[in-house]
Design a binder for this molecule. Sequence first.
Ligand SMILES: N[C@@H](CCC(=O)N[C@@H](CS)C(=O)NCC(=O)O)C(=O)O
Length: 318
Amino acid sequence: MATTMRNLRRLAATGRAAASFSTSTIVRRHSILPRALYTASSYAPQPHRFSSHDRITGGRSCVGCNLSFSTAAATELPPQSDKNYVPNDVVLYQYQACPFCNKVKAFLEYYDIPYKIVEVNPMNKKEIKWSDYRKVPILMVDGEQMVNSSDIIDKMHQRMHPDSVSEDAETQKWRRWVDDHLVHVLSPNIYRSPSEALESFDYITTKGNFSFTERLVAKYGGAAAMYFVSKKLKKRHNITDERKALYEAAETWVNALNGRHLGGSEPNLADLSVFGVLRPIRELKSGKDMVENTRIGEWFTRMESQMKPHRDTALQSS
Ligand SMILES: N[C@@H](CCC(=O)N[C@@H](CS)C(=O)NCC(=O)O)C(=O)O
């Protein structure tokens, strides 16, 4: 019995890996493994480190919901404001398939900031035991912990461009759209059918930090669990036809573009956010379908070509 419970807990943690794609509280509330999936209550907040974004985006991410903040991270005065801001030591704690982590990665790679990756094991999260924050991404920048993908990007961007005028309303709108809408369309799509759920978990467990046994349990158990959870997610986000919703989101985005990018000739932070969250699904069936059935492919390929190859700080210093 104890073993079964242990396995179930592990499996639940896999849901968190799937968290890679499923960020809604519904995963925790309605999962077949609700208790184990519900981790928010264990979070002891660090208000000055955390930011306003979770609250703004309407409670999707419970961890930050009940924290009260009134200023956006971007308006905080950064400790190091420098025109030539080049951080020395950047470490990203991530799940490889996590859309929020990929959003941060798109930013770092576009701006050619070297960083080291620590792949977190979603089962035990031992790599982030040192932190009170129980989600990824966590970005450590010269010893400072940054959390919440949008806030991380805001902070880093402001440090790199201290004199830039504040972000225009259009860019803000689309960045919020990514967090409030686009990410919620992903899970119902990648876990749409048993075979797609299996494909996704094959990707998640192959790329992620799992032991051999964890990988097996996670792959099959996680796929089965997330197949059912994704149906709840659909309801929760009022999605009737998940593919239609994905195609509509892609078309909506393409219609908003200002020529080559939303940012015009160069990508802006909204381009990087959309690209980041879509990147992990690109090679899955849902991503391929999206590219085949919408006009997003051209923009996506353009964005890919704008990314600089990842430079690993660990490798650089050795
Ligand atoms: N609002 C956060 C959401 C981060 C998030 O939900 N991350 C997921 C992985 S994609 C997570 O760590 N879930 C908790 C878990 O795995 O236990 C952000 O934008 O960074």
